[in-house]
Write a protein that binds this ligand. Structure first.
Ligand SMILES: *Cc1c(COP(=O)(O)O)cnc(C)c1O
Length: 360
């Protein structure tokens, strides 16, 4: 018998809970393209209520949620201001440009995941026939590439108000907004107050097998629903998966605090190891990004070494690696992970002939 690995690659690796599996088998269903799936309708109502918005639409992924939102707000040739390391900019194939002709206007992302209000203001175009029309501001909360930083209420309010002052819509990529709300001890609705739209994942830390929800006012959601259909996202008896999403929203949000405590424990332990650098104070939620400052081993070697000790996590470029705590990772797993780190780093230090040890 082999013990399963401690999987810190992402919070997307979470499998449905027993309560989800039970809800999925019992869910009443109908054809959701006709609006007749009672379980999808319940999930959408619940998501809208939790975010303090009028309506919601269930989509198959966070990428689809962002895409449908951007396409609902912007037409061809319109411009969207967003961060230069935002998920929408980096990891979604440029879908809003490829499929919607929306022009991305990236501005620098600060270490805490925010965009400077002055940078946003400078990026907004004036009325001139040389320019695209700036239509949308998008921010990300929590911020993935910034190590799960939670953008505070004051920033969310200020960014939204700035957008509105200039006649822009304000979209929030809230794949992990639940984590931000728990970390900041505020309601998701409070964080969403100024947002015209948000896309929120059910399939990350909340452990549902599939799905995201987009929320906003009725008119916007009607447009987003049309966009979902054109990208092939109209699902039929989707209540089977929406049922897991309901469990995610009702039972899995508060426990994210455990993931955050485990991430902080991991960060503090890593900070004590020679050759790893991280500021544990910056670890607010479930993502731990750290640097490997060693000549003798690379991030790829470290991750291969950890794998041979039953710990999975990924290098993310340069000297950086990323670990993400989740529902299946316990405090004891964090301590085992730290022991594995110590062992791999120590083995690396024993290399004398300048050749790097490779691990199986
Ligand atoms: C994961 C993620 C997405 C996309 O979600 P998928 O369901 O993987 O398509 C969008 N934005 C952020 C910030 C994410 O972390």
């Amino acid at each position: 018998m082999t013990t399963p690995p401690i999987d810190l690659r992402s919070d997307t690796v979470t499998r449905p809970t027993p309560a989800m599996l039970e809800a999925m088998t019992k869910a009443p269903v109908g054809d959701d393209v006709y609006g007749e799936d009672p379980t999808v309708n319940r999930l959408e109502g619940l998501a809208a209520e939790m975010l303090g918005k009028e309506a919601a639409v269930f989509v198959s992924s966070g990428t689809m949620g962002n895409l449908c939102s951007v396409l609902a707000h912007c037409g061809r040739g319109d411009e969207m201001i967003l961060g230069d390391i935002a998920h929408i900019f980096l990891y979604e194939q440029g879908g809003s440009a490829a499929l919607g002709g929306v022009h991305p206007h990236p501005v620098p992302t600060q270490a805490d995941g925010t965009l400077k209000l002055s940078d946003i203001e400078d990026a907004i175009r004036g009325d001139n026939e040389h320019f695209p029309i700036t239509r949308l501001l998008a921010v990300e909360n929590t911020h993935n590439r910034c190590g799960g930083r939670a953008l505070p209420v004051e920033y969310m309010d200020a960014a939204g108000q700035l957008a509105h002052k200039h006649g822009l819509k304000f979209h929030v990529d809230g794949a992990r907004l639940w984590n931000a709300a728990v970390a900041l001890n505020v309601s998701p609705a409070r964080l969403a107050k100024e947002a015209d739209s948000l896309s929120l994942c059910l399939s990350k830390g909340l452990a549902a097998p599939v799905g995201s929800v987009v929320v906003g006012d009725k008119e916007f959601i009607q447009k987003a629903r049309r966009m979902r259909k054109v990208v092939g996202g109209g699902m039929r008896q989707a209540g089977v998966i929406a049922a897991a999403g309901i469990v995610a929203l009702t039972e899995m949000v508060e426990r994210l605090a455990d993931d955050h405590a485990n991430a902080r424990r991991l960060a503090e332990g890593l900070n004590r190891l020679d050759g790893i650098s991280i500021d544990p104070e910056t670890v607010q939620t479930d993502i731990v990004i750290f640097n490997l400052d060693r000549e003798d081993i690379t991030p790829a070697h470290l991750s291969a070494g950890l794998r041979s000790h039953g710990v999975l996590l990924n290098p993310i470029g340069g000297k950086r690696l990323r670990a993400v705590t989740n529902y299946h990772v316990t405090e004891a797993d964090i301590d085992r992970t730290l022991e594995a780190f110590a062992a791999v780093l120590e083995a690396g230090a024993q290399v004398t002939d300048k050749k790097v040890v490779t691990y199986g």
